[in-house]
Write a protein that binds this ligand. Structure first.
Ligand SMILES: [Zn+2]
Length: 361
């Protein structure tokens, strides 16, 4: 073989390698509900070794919706899931009530495995935006009914009562329906750790899920379980993970609650990062649906060492609102195709980029 042939073979391999690097087989979308820039910046102090700092690409996302400059989790989640901006309170529907295809519906059409892991009710706005279509995010019973027909493979969240006949107005037993569809139903974190089936639905709280301190390692463990099962699918998978209660903590301007929730989300990020680093075929995008609380870090923090700032952070985290704001939110990305998520984006672009990358694989 002459020098030229060897050189062209090396070139070919390099091109194929570079090309394959941009074609993810799997996608993990992580949403910190209400997690703006300042919320992420607290992690610099709370966990300087966060896996998030290993994500090579960063961008920002504009979160405004069709009806308002400040969105909610329904329109915000729907934008990420469907690639279409909509009205506040709407779940994967246009203003004229026509349905927009959710990311999970699209993934199922591609014969990919699907998963949802959240620390809110399974029927809350963010997870609902990935499988349901309703004009009002508070239609929890209808959303639960639509979940039955969503065919999501692996799902963990809270609020079992939305699925129970004695708690529903229509008396439907949705747990029976799920079992008939072949799902293993899990009711506690302890049992989730032993779950064996790919088709698993975990409803880990009767009502609103507890705060991180009382929840155990629900998010990280459910994430680990989801990855173990979904990664077995030869067609790849799409998994949405939400740190749901970052938003709830910011609504009440409760720093201690917020700290537990951001660290909880951070533990799930670590599980995902370790998986994606080894797997090498998985694109990971970490972002938010909107900011909440108008959080800033006081400039007085500059006078402190990092250690001191971490210890007394409660005194330096300032909230300016009890509601959502229209501040841009961060986008961190890792894995094949991650370089597409740099610079200033619109929230709907995140959806479009994911679809394009998977379509081109
Ligand atoms: Zn909120």
């Amino acid at each position: 073989m002459n020098k030229r042939t060897i050189l062209s073979i090396i070139c070919c391999i390099a091109v194929i390698y570079a090309f394959s690097q941009n074609k993810p087989k799997n996608v993990i979308l992580m949403i910190g509900d209400g997690m703006g820039m300042a919320q992420v910046n607290t992690l610099y102090y709370l966990n300087p070794n966060s896996a998030l700092w290993q994500f090579p690409y960063r961008g920002t996302s504009m979160t405004y919706c069709l009806s308002d400059s400040i969105t909610d989790s329904a329109a915000g989640g729907s934008a990420l899931s469907t690639g279409k901006k909509t009205t506040k309170g709407y779940i994967a529907l246009n203003r004229d009530s026509t349905a927009n295809e959710t990311l999970m519906e699209w993934a199922i059409k591609q014969k990919m495995a699907t998963g949802i892991v959240v620390t809110s009710a399974m029927t809350d706005a963010t997870p609902a935006s990935f499988y349901a279509h309703v004009p009002n995010r508070n239609q929890y019973e209808e959303i639960a009914k639509q979940f039955i027909y969503s065919n999501i493979d692996f799902a963990v969240g809270g609020y079992l009562n939305n699925f129970l006949p004695n708690k529903r107005k229509d008396k439907l037993n949705l747990i029976d329906s799920l079992e008939r569809k072949g799902y293993q139903i899990i009711y506690s974190l302890e049992d989730l750790l032993k779950a064996t089936d790919m088709k698993t639905v975990g409803l880990l709280s009767e009502k609103k899920p507890p705060k991180a301190a009382k929840r155990g390692n629900w998010l990280a463990e459910a994430t680990r379980q989801a990855l173990e099962k979904l990664a077995k699918d030869p067609q790849g998978f799409v998994l949405m993970i939400e740190g749901s209660q970052i938003d709830w903590a910011c609504h009440v301007n409760d720093y201690k609650y917020f700290k537990q929730e951001i660290l909880d989300f951070d533990r799930a990020i670590k599980v995902v990062y370790d998986f994606a680093k080894t797997n090498q075929e998985t694109l990971v995008v970490v972002t938010a649906d909107h900011e909440c609380g108008g959080m800033t870090l006081s400039p007085r923090i500059n006078n402190l060492s990092k250690e001191k700032a971490a210890r007394y952070l409660v005194n330096y985290v300032l909230f300016s609102s009890l509601y959502h704001t229209n501040a841009d939110v961060p986008v961190f990305s890792f894995g094949p195709g991650a370089d597409n998520f740099q610079g200033k984006m619109n929230n709907i672009d995140i959806h479009d980029k994911i679809i394009r990358l998977i379509n081109n694989r």
